[in-house]
Design a protein around this ligand. Structure first.
Ligand SMILES: [Fe+2]
Ligand SMILES: [Fe+2]
Length: 174
């Protein structure tokens, strides 16, 4: 089991300052660059899917589930920004196939919404569990720069937070 750092996951959208942006490609060996590219594409497409799941789960009712889904959607939008920025900082482009993940995310979101609150929350838990597993693999297998690694760890902590919030709304103890 990898030791997890503690993050404040009540911060939904961390601050990014003008000086935080870096050009990261230079001096990185080709083989390492290839693995970073593969990892960032995976993360960026996963987050594309995650934004859509929550976006299409939200209904018009003024209730606590919707309030938390909106917050989770915003959080996933920051994750998407995180990895899109890192792709370009490394001189890469987003995957050309990411629209497929947009559609999958729409499907999960839309169809779980039709089935009601329980299905919405259970879908969230199922997808987030898959996501944290992916994050673990990518953290283990790829040699990241420190800043990117820290972002991946913070975003993974957010995904664990989503699981906990959906469980709480379902009345399941963590
Ligand atoms: Fe995410
Ligand atoms: Fe998430």
């Amino acid at each position: 089991m990898i030791e997890k750092k503690l993050f404040d996951i009540s911060i939904i959208r961390p601050e990014m300052r003008a000086e935080d942006s870096r050009l990261r490609r230079e001096g990185v060996p080709a083989k390492r660059l290839r693995s970073i590219k593969r990892g960032l594409h995976t993360l960026h497409t996963l987050e594309t899917m995650a934004v859509n799941i929550y976006k299409f789960q939200i209904t018009k009712s003024a209730n606590e589930v919707n309030r938390q889904l909106i917050t989770a959607m915003c959080n996933e939008m920051t994750h998407l920004q995180d990895f899109q920025v890192k792709l370009f900082e490394y001189g890469f482009k987003p995957s050309k196939l990411r629209w497929m993940y947009w559609i999958v995310g729409f499907g999960f979101g839309f169809f779980s919404r039709l089935m009601g609150k329980k299905a919405i929350l259970k879908t969230g838990i199922w997808v987030e569990r898959k996501a944290v597993g992916h994050y673990d693999e990518l953290l283990r297998d790829i040699e990241w720069d420190e800043e990117t690694k820290n972002i991946i760890e913070k975003d993974q902590a957010d995904e664990y937070g989503h699981i906990d919030r959906w469980k709480a709304l379902l009345g399941i103890k963590s």
